[in-house]
Design a protein around this ligand. Sequence first.
Ligand code: PLP
Length: 409
Amino acid sequence: MNETTQTLLAKARELDAQDKLAHHRNAFVDAPGVKAYLDGNSLGRPLKATAERMQSFIAHDWGTRLIRSWDEQWMELPGQLGDRIGKLTLGAAPGQTIVADSTSIGIYKLVDAAAGFQQPKGRTQIVIEEGNFPTDRFIVEGIASARGMDIVWLKPDPIMGVQATEVAAAVSDKTALVLLSHVDFRSGALADMQGITKVVKQSGALMIWDLCHSAGCVPMQLDEWGVDLAVGCTYKYLNGGPGSPAFIYVAKERIKDLTQPIWGWWGAANVFEMGPEYESDEGIKKFLSGTAHVTSMIGTSCMLDLIEEAGIETMREKSRTLTELAIEAYEVLLAPLGAKLLTPQEHADRGSHISVGHEKFNTVIDDLWADGVIPDFRNPDNIRLGLSPLSTSHEEVIIGMAALAAAIS
Ligand SMILES: *Cc1c(COP(=O)(O)O)cnc(C)c1O
């Protein structure tokens, strides 16, 4: 190990020693052989509490109470877990957030509901961004095609992401809705949610935020900032486990306006009436369609306990020291080897992951993973380091960055 790396490691250990949240790392399941897990932005680590809760769930809630558990607790889970996500991570009062389906389905429901509300008013355009996550773009393209609407593509700077001024220039009295990511999945750029939402609403359009890369690591105030609609996943920074369901947020004053397209029995006013016609619930439950993903909600519920203890604002501070250290390590270890930083330099402009590009990354990623150094690779040459505040140590960041440097040098 060279001197530069040793200096960085010493600094990382010092930061870990001062870290008020460091002890929470013990709450996560050990991963023998893993030296640096830097992919919390794609799949958060499981909690020991989740393993325990899963066991008692199978033995008791499911195994012993059997179908009685639906009445005893499960029917209310989508709303209860939604309210907790809203309170602890979104700045959302109860009755506006619900857990269901996948993010893709959630986006489909919200975009289609918003389009259906706006289109009869002559608002026929949907504004999205060309760099957005594929599922967001594909779903909007499908809905625009089915409804005969037009797409207005924003082409923001790939590192700094969408700015409020660009959105202001794109919206008009023809805009039905705008769909954007709060944190860009590639660059990690953090959008000005408050400013952009304001601009969109002034134009009379509806604003939909995709929170996949910010829920559970970036504090936000959906209610206060007047956000209309949002959707996010629970398997990234909310540690729900692979395939855990998404959440949907609909601002209270918007719920009555919108009709979502998947009319299922769980969205009906009375689920067990089994009546002849669909009559939707009046509250947030109208955005449900089918049976709750009960088993897959356990991990998120346990992670929320931990977030409640740690506090989302304190987690954001840790995110800052982690990403700042990663950028410092990039500058001395990776930049001299020709790597490029593809993430905003300022903490206020980014979420909890950083992105680095180098042409050799695609040839070294398999060996790094085999060796227990696990960042995230995206074609063609992009490595993302997702630094989940409660499960990542500063030392881990340096171990990972040093291994990356060694691999491409
Ligand atoms: C992870 C992610 C998704 C995932 O959608 P799924 O339906 O859960 O597969 C969607 N959008 C963004 C921005 C993401 O980062």
